[in-house]
Design a protein around this ligand. Structure first.
Ligand code: KG4
Ligand code: ZN
Length: 349
């Protein structure tokens, strides 16, 4: 079973070929340098870029996987959530291909794609190594899905059966990184830049709030943390001017965000008696989050699964891997008339 997957929900245009759960190719064209000059994603520009880049990444994904369109058994694309115009490009392209090839089409939830990317592993004996989604040894999991647009804590009860325990009430974790970085005069997207600078800083230098960490429930709130950084900079304008001060600030803000994410995931695992935690989405690339989660899980003998490398960020490989899971479980596919769902939410408890 071979399928083509497209992802165009935000500022990455991506195409991937999946064969029996293996990601044979996963081509990502990033628009970051285009949007960086505006300090964030400009939706109209993103739409036009997807239109331009989609044929290029699709052709490359097919070539890298030595696949012709006639060999495809299904086509998948991200249906939502995301920017309406951007989603429309990938979704309609995929539906048109499915119509022409007379193959099933799958409209995939972007966050479900991130969620299940934590089960994509490198196949040990394959040379070169091929990432493959593997849910054979599944156990119930508390999943952190942390990206620029969303922060979710999800209870995955069995493969493809999951519900949201909590989400952010305001800014997402990635948004908090990006907005704080902007306050510090750092380029967009700020998350990876802060991560890098924080390596030379003291995470305990400044005490920023850990919103909702000690409150019951699994929701998050990061806008107050960003505001407290703004007030801190107003009251201490000189600190971010020095290299060490900037590094300490990055490390301290990062520490606050990470403590909340790790703390809530552990609380949920303990309360629901779940012995596995996963993390995926752009922010799961954060080195402190990865280290802190590893340590916290090790101490409590909780198994940890994390998305790896380019699979943390937006990519069509994770969309295709999930479509393949659905296909392999007998899902019939979706209507070719399906419209994008820019505000699509996952089911809640
Ligand atoms: O999942 P993603 O690629 O796109 C969305 O679906 O939003 O996530 C992008 C977010 C951005 O906010 C970016 O700053 C953040 O992930 N991010 C990071 C790191 N790498 C990416 N945040 C913190 N540390 C990182 N290393
Ligand atoms: Zn994403």
């Amino acid at each position: 079973m071979k399928l083509l997957a497209l992802e165009s929900s935000c500022d990455e245009t991506s195409a991937a070929i999946i064969e029996d759960g293996r990601i044979l190719s996963n081509v990502v064209s990033s628009q970051i340098s285009l949007h960086a000059q505006y300090g964030g994603v400009v939706p109209e520009l993103a739409t036009r870029e997807h239109l331009k880049n989609l044929p290029v990444v699709t052709r490359q994904a097919l070539e890298e996987a030595h696949t012709s369109p006639r060999q495809l058994d299904a086509i998948a694309a991200t249906r939502g959530p995301g920017l309406p115009g951007a989603l429309l490009i990938g979704l309609k392209a995929a539906q048109t291909m499915a119509f022409v090839l007379q193959k099933p089409f799958f409209g995939i939830h972007h966050h479900e794609g991130h969620l299940y990317s934590a089960w994509i592993e490198q196949e040990p004996d394959a040379t070169p190594p091929v990432p493959r989604i593997n849910m054979e040894n599944f156990e119930p999991t508390i999943a952190l899905v942390v990206s620029g647009g969303h922060t979710l804590l999800v209870h995955v009860e069995s493969p493809l059966k999951h519900y949201v325990l909590g989400s952010t009430l305001d800014d997402a974790a990635g948004e908090c990184f990006d907005k704080t970085a902007k306050l510090l005069g750092l380029p967009y997207p700020g998350g990876p830049v802060m991560d890098r600078l924080a390596k030379g800083g003291n995470p305990d230098a400044f005490d920023f709030p850990r919103p909702l960490l000690n409150k019951p429930g699994y929701d998050f709130s990061f806008s107050g943390l960003k505001t407290s950084v703004r007030y801190f900079l107003r009251d201490h304008p000189d600190i971010a001017e020095t290299d060490q001060g900037l590094r300490d600030l990055c490390a301290s803000v990062q520490n606050a965000i990470v403590e909340v994410l790790v703390g809530k995931a552990i609380q949920a695992a303990r309360k629901l008696k779940v012995h596995c935690i996963s993390a995926a989405g752009g922010v799961s690339a954060n080195s402190r989050l990865r280290d802190s989660l590893s340590l916290a899980c090790q101490r409590r003998k909780i198994k940890l699964r994390m998305a790896t490398g380019t699979l943390c960020a937006d990519n069509a490989g994770m969309i295709g891997a999930l479509a393949w899971l659905k296909l392999s479980q007998g899902a019939p596919g979706d209507s070719l008339d399906l419209e994008p769902k820019p505000n699509w939410e996952l089911p809640s408890a």
